[in-house]
Design a protein around this ligand. Sequence first.
Ligand code: ATP
Length: 445
Amino acid sequence: MSNKKNSAVKMESIVSLAKRRGFIFQASEIYGGLAGFWDYGPLGVEVMNKLKAEWWNEVVTKSDNIYGVDSAIIQNPKLWEASGHVSSFTDPMVEDVKNGKRYRADQLAGVDSTDLNELKELLLDKKSPDGNQLSEPRFFNMMMQTWIGPVQDNSSVAYLRPETAGSIFTNYENVRETMRAKIPFGIAQIGKAFRNEISPRDFIFRVRELEQMEMQFFINPDEQEKTYEYWRNFAWKFLIENLGISEENLQWHEHDEKERAHYAVAAHDIYFNFPQGFKELWGTHNRTDFDLSNHQRVSGKNLAYFDETAHKRFLPYVVESSVGLGRMLLAVLTDAYHEEEINGEVRVVLKLKPELAPYLYAVSPLLKNKPGLVSKAREVYEILKKKYGSVMWDDNGNIGKRYRRQDEIGTPNCVVIDFETLEKNTVTVRNRDTTEQKRVSIDEL
Ligand code: ATP
């Protein structure tokens, strides 16, 4: 299933397929869209749900000591003061002095750095992409603000969460107590987060409203190295084994000091070979006791853990595993996307892992104007639907066109009901990847 020529996949091809087949639409498209916001269509939502289920099953359901939460998007703003996001969740920005357009200073300078002096130096002779003079770089806070209640002033300011982790830390004690959890244990959450990115781009890669799948593992500080290794390996293995992504499209990237987020002492990202190049997909971070100690300080609540065996009190360290769902979908689509020549014609095919395809089967009557074939096909459709759930009825256009359409949405099997079916109770099953057709009895499907 590997896609060796991945670097040849163009973003336009993915964007166009996603739109044409109902995976992803521009948010409020009829009003011209809104930069950094996307809607997931009928097929997109199916794959997203499967990705979430796969992750949840592996992280929470199969585990003995990782618990799920689903917390509010808006929390007490003190949470984001304690976490450092109010003061440090910033990106360096420069402005085109003529038209006011804003850009990420590090990206214009072509470096992974947030050092304003270094950026200033590198951008000294640079112009904006529109050819105008640039302002000096400065920091810009990426949290989205809103107001709570009827009065819009400083006292009613609140933030849409910039990451799901924050409310995992504030629920640490609740989960520990109610689940009688002993260190080590983890808390996981899937949910929306919001970041006022200066320049959203690359389709669903960098957006302003995103969905994250995060897990924070609370440990004894002595276990930090072992735990960090475990969760790094977990992410790598998950992408390959659970999602079927080809290993050659993955790379490790270790953050140096300049790149690391304010909360981490160690960070390793898995980069995926996206159409725009190798970029961050999944981060593993050692957050130490940064979060719990800050929440303890700001809230005044004692968050120390008492280890009964060692008779020791300590603040747990945290290793986190954090991945964006949209980026995961983009990686899965890019990895699966193939253009192949068959009998002189180019076909687009999504070689998705069958478990992730929007539909496992498509069922068609050979001809849609033969009532005998249609009713038999309906019967087969009902049987498969009951058995597998994700089955599509497709009687549009001729068989060749149906195969092309199903290839594009990654349906692994197309079942066709023809005149032989009526006599022998057998159907043709066409395989997406090999395009081979086999005759099998209906009971064997
Ligand atoms: P980047 O360096 O790309 O801005 P980050 O290092 O700030 O990302 P984290 O804060 O570690 O990212 O977030 C964890 C994960 O959430 C990322 O690995 C990524 O998959 C996803 N993510 C972060 N920001 C965005 C965004 N603007 N759009 C889509 N996904 C995102």
